[in-house]
Ligand binder design. Structure first.
Ligand SMILES: Nc1nc2c(ncn2[C@@H]2O[C@H](COP(=O)(O)OP(=O)(O)O)[C@@H](O)[C@H]2O)c(=O)[nH]1
Ligand SMILES: [Mg+2]
Length: 550
């Protein structure tokens, strides 16, 4: 029985919850430790799926004894010899591509039937296997086939007990010891089989191996020595493997097998804490890196946003078609030409106004298009600036992951839409500003006769162009057509200046906003739940629950 009864059901639930959250945890940013964390997460999932969850689900299932070791160590021969039948193919030909074999007592079939490990092995029932034990002949840890190697490592996670087979010639190899170390970290129960030892070197090899076991924290583990029987094919004599067999039989006694299972279970559960805690630390580092990236983006956005506003003030929208259109409209015979007589009188009437406004329509179209294009270009420039700041040498860790996850297409479509909306918003603002300024009291410093003259002039200007016409001129002035600005001042006095300035300010603000909009793509990527401030706390919460149950 387990030394301390585990509240199996709630523990199973807690481990299931943990598994779900571990599976859902991603590491979107490539920062130091990320690839290790990904590998560690994958192994943790294997451990949960192959060992902890099945074990907690069926505590009375036989103890899975995984026979592990390097190629040619004699694993298959050992398994066959233990059951005195050729259940697993042994031999010198490599790689043995067959599926790994699991042998169990026929009466244990039912208890094992739900174990996920059965999916990836060939299952053999044999009465020579003690009840309560399932022997798994794992693929070679150092198999030349990637898939075999991976499956070997995954199957090891399934073990309640590792039976590690090595030889006098191979026990110094680094790989098995590395694997053993991780087994010790997981709290797994381990036994060693030293195979094919020539009798003359036995004392040396044995002493050496014991020293190594001690160094790796395995001094309490059973060590079996199988003497070399000389050139050999097929099963080893029952007497040669008798000690291992006796030990397994003893282990299989109901209480002893439970002890091994319980020990490994406890070991795995307590190893889980540190394991998950390490993952949570990396998750936290991801969140911190994301915050640093957001901060850098904030800083790096200031310059392009300012430059965007400046380019508007410098008349970027007037460049190109708008200026040409203005020239056309104010040329001889155009609707803007002769609007002010040589003596300075505003010409026109309410009757001519609609015609003038209609003829100014192309100007509005050009202004609209040019504003949209300018804003979109500001956006594109800002994106380029942000991208290069994400890939700069001094960019915070993980920035390049954001840069490469930042797909251009969606950003461009959104940018164009926003630019068109902003341009339309700006041109719609024209008549509003005109009306608001004209409704306000005329200039404070203009009094008496001058005031009367100014009022009359404005009324005349409205009669001759209408609010819409005046707005078109004002927008052209705000876009950067100097003549348009001058004309509006002539028509409206200082209010004309204010209208144009107001529209410049409005568009400059929209331009800065447009630049700032570019960060939304980055923001969306940073809004990944795996990068949230509290991402790590989910895993830590699961740990706390586990701690309370074990
Ligand atoms: N002399 C001798 N040969 C063995 C022993 N165990 C295995 N072999 C041989 O070594 C080769 C590899 O053995 P195998 O069991 O397939 O090793 P595995 O790769 O660990 O499964 C085979 O040709 C076996 O016959 C042993 O104890 N003594
Ligand atoms: Mg083999």
């Amino acid at each position: 029985m387990l030394a301390r009864p585990l509240a199996a059901t709630s523990l199973l639930d807690a481990v299931r919850d943990l598994r779900r959250d571990v599976a859902a945890t991603g590491f979107p940013l490539e920062i130091e430790g990320t690839s290790d964390a990904r590998a560690s997460r994958a192994r943790l999932l294997d451990q949960l799926d192959e060992h902890l969850l099945p074990r907690l689900t069926e505590l009375s299932a036989p103890a899975v004894v995984v026979v592990a070791g390097s190629t040619g160590a004699g694993k298959s021969t050992l398994v066959n010899s233990l059951v005195q039948a050729e259940v697993s193919q042994a031999g010198v030909l490599r790689p043995t591509t067959r599926r790994p074999v699991l042998v169990h007592h026929p009466l244990d079939a039912e208890l094992l039937s739900h174990h996920p490990v059965l999916e990836s092995v060939e299952v053999v029932a044999d009465e020579h296997v003690p009840r309560g034990i399932a022997l798994l002949d794992a693929p070679d840890l150092d198999s030349v086939l990637d898939s075999n190697r991976e499956s070997a490592h995954r199957l090891l996670e399934a073990a309640d007990l590792w039976l590690f087979v090595t030889t006098a010639a191979r026990y110094g190899d680094a790989l098995p010891w590395k694997v053993l170390e991780s087994a010790v970290e997981r709290g797994a129960s381990i036994a060693m089989v030293l195979n094919r030892v020539p009798s003359d070197s036995l004392p040396t090899v044995r002493g050496d191996l014991l020293a190594r076991l001690r160094k790796h924290g395995l001094d309490g583990s059973p060590l079996f020595v199988v003497p070399d029987v000389g050139p050999h094919e097929g099963l080893l004599g029952a007497n040669v493997v008798a000690p291992v067999n006796r030990w397994l039989t003893m282990l299989a006694g109901p209480d002893r097998a439970r002890t091994v299972i319980g020990r490994t279970l406890r070991g795995s559960l307590s190893a889980l804490r540190e394991w998950v805690d390490e993952l949570a630390t990396v998750v936290q580092e991801q969140a911190d890196a994301a915050a640093a990236i957001a901060g850098t983006i904030d800083e790096r956005l200031a310059a392009p946003a300012k430059a965007a506003a400046e380019s508007i003030r410098d008349g970027a929208v007037a460049d190109g078609p708008v200026r040409a259109r203005w020239a056309e409209l104010s040329a001889d015979g155009g609707p803007v030409h002769d609007l002010v007589s040589s003596s300075g009188k505003v010409r026109g009437s309410a009757r001519t106004a609609p015609a003038r406004v209609t003829s100014l329509e192309p100007l509005l179209v050009d202004l609209n298009q040019s504003a949209a294009a300018t804003l979109a270009e500001i956006g594109a420039r800002t994106e380029a600036a942000l991208r290069s700041s994400l890939t700069a040498d001094d960019a915070p860790g993980g920035s390049t992951s954001i840069a490469s996850a930042w797909a251009g297409g969606a950003t461009a479509a959104r940018r164009t839409r926003a630019a068109e909306l902003a341009a339309r918003g700006w041109t719609a603002q024209g008549p509003r500003v005109v009306r608001a300024m004209l409704a306000a009291r005329p200039e404070d410093d203009v009094v008496g006769r001058e005031l009367k003259k100014l009022d009359k002039r404005r009324q005349q200007a409205v009669r001759s162009l209408g609010d819409e016409g005046l707005a078109a001129v004002a927008l052209a002035g705000a876009a950067g057509v100097k003549d348009a600005r001058r004309l509006l001042v002539t028509l409206l006095g200082a209010a004309g200046e204010r209208i144009v300035d107001d529209l410049v300010r409005d568009l400059a603000e929209r331009a800065s906003d447009q630049a700032r909009l570019e960060r939304s793509a980055v923001d969306e990527l940073l809004a990944d739940p795996d990068l949230a401030d509290d991402a790590a706390s989910r895993l830590r919460l699961r740990l706390a629950v586990l701690k309370g149950l074990t």
